[in-house]
Design a protein around this ligand. Structure first.
Ligand code: NIG
Ligand code: FE
Length: 435
């Protein structure tokens, strides 16, 4: 039995009750912290926490790792519930075009964007895609990410979508972090179907969803519901088909235009609604009404979809930031994610998301940390296992460098404030605290 004991922590952060499943917006400023704390874990699970006055005496040192976290904070590992991290190649030529004044939509309209990535992904072997994505995920773990959702959506054919999801499945087996996968075949209309959109929808519904679920390759289904991509009616068709196979929706809505995607996602009990850069009052209302009719945090399966904001996408594309404060004012459990992908967010760094959440979304550090831990765990359905420092959960933890306060984390944007990262009690990044 492998045992771990962390002592003298300046603060154990996010010590929520183990049965709290998400933090409502109005409570997000309340981030429970045990000051001067200790944490014990056995076989990768947290078995005890407390203040140093009650530090357990050690008699048995066998298989025990002791970490002195003096002047350091211990946080739950970040959960990143929205990424497209399996892709073939970067797209910095489009980045330069954007500097010259072209928009994301203009670049997409001339064959760049998602279709550019799809052509490259189709041509690349499963092994090569795996090797490239593994390096990216190792980098994300190093930056504190303990769970990641990975979408397909650069294959846009049965074989290539399956190839992407098989890569994600191999990553899940090869790496210690938690991986959840999402079928995003409706990411863009593939060129072969440009004159027959309904045939592509038929392919997704009749062939892809059944095959993906038969192979156990996806946990969720996603649609890029947006002007010039997929309509609300098309998204509804996919959400209905996904539900038959047990795939809940996690959908791209309101990135550039508000066309009713949120209302449809609410109707079809999506787990999360992601992006939300362009929100009308009625969109916020649809989420808030759903929320107020439910007893929040009780896991009834019919809570409001979790609004998941992606501020590093707004930063990179120079588009509006999601209305975090308005959503929190309505008590919605806001989550944060990177959106890591080659087109709109070539960064999988949740620490930068934390800074942007505070600087641009005007979230308090406590609110942002709740959003990237427990609420983002809920947005990918891993909240029973991750997202808080609670007995029984995975000992997937970030140990910071010696820092003066928690607010120092978002304040020093771009700084690397992480010393050590543990996943299931084992180091994936070893710093001074382990020495
Ligand atoms: O979430 N908006 C749709 N999909 C991605 C971008 C994909 C790409 O440009 O390759 C996003 O921003
Ligand atoms: Fe995305």
């Amino acid at each position: 039995m492998k045992r771990l004991l962390i002592k003298n922590a300046k603060g154990l952060v996010g010590t929520h009750p183990a049965d709290l499943l998400r933090v409502g917006g109005r409570s997000m400023k309340d981030l429970p912290i045990i000051a001067d704390g200790w944490l014990a874990a056995e076989d990768g699970r947290i078995t005890g926490v407390g203040i140093m006055d009650s530090f357990p005496g050690i008699t048995d040192w066998s298989d025990l790792t002791v970490i002195d976290a003096e002047d350091r904070y211990v946080l739950p590992g970040w959960c990143d519930p929205h990424t497209h991290t399996v892709f073939a190649a970067s797209r910095e030529e489009e980045f330069v075009d954007k500097i010259k004044g072209h928009t994301y939509q203009e670049i997409a309209a001339r064959g760049g964007g998602i279709l550019n990535s799809a052509a490259k992904l189709r041509a690349m072997s499963e092994d090569e895609l795996f090797t490239k994505a593994k390096v990216r995920l190792e980098g994300m773990m190093h930056q504190g990410t303990a769970a990641v959702e990975i979408k397909s959506g650069y294959g846009l054919s049965v074989e290539s979508e399956l190839k992407m999801l098989r890569v994600a499945k191999r990553l899940k087996e090869a790496l210690p972090l938690q991986v959840r996968t999402t079928l995003l075949a409706a990411h863009a209309l593939p060129p072969e179907f440009k004159d027959d959109r309904s045939a592509y929808l038929d392919l997704i519904v009749n062939e892809l969803i059944p095959r993906v679920t038969a192979e156990g390759l996806a946990d969720f289904v996603d649609v890029f519901c947006e002007t010039n991509y997929f309509t609300v009616a098309e998204m509804e068709r996919i959400l209905v088909a996904g539900a038959v196979y047990g795939l809940r929706g996690k959908v791209h809505v309101n990135q550039f235009t508000s066309i009713g995607g949120i209302q449809a996602a609410v109707k079809h009990h999506a787990l999360s609604v992601d992006h939300l850069e362009v929100m009308e009052e009625a969109d916020i209302e649809a989420l808030a009404n759903m929320h107020s009719t439910q007893l929040h945090g009780r896991g009834t399966g019919s809570e409001a979809p979790i609004p998941t904001l992606l501020p590093s996408c707004s930063f990179f594309l120079r588009i509006p930031y999601g209305p975090a404060r308005q959503l929190m004012d309505r008590d919605l459990a806001v989550a944060l994610a990177t959106d890591h992908n080659p087109g709109s967010t070539p960064s999988g760094n949740m620490n930068f998301v934390l800074s942007l959440a505070c600087i641009q979304l005007r979230m308090l550090p406590e609110e942002a940390i709740n959003a990237m831990t427990l609420n983002s765990a809920a947005a990918m359905a891993v909240e029973a296992d991750l997202g808080s420092i609670s007995i029984g959960k995975r000992a997937s933890l970030i140990i910071t460098k010696k820092i003066p306060s928690l607010a120092y984390l978002p304040y020093t944007f771009g700084n690397d404030n992480i010393d050590t990262v543990l996943i299931d009690g084992a180091p994936v990044r070893s710093g001074e605290a382990l020495a």
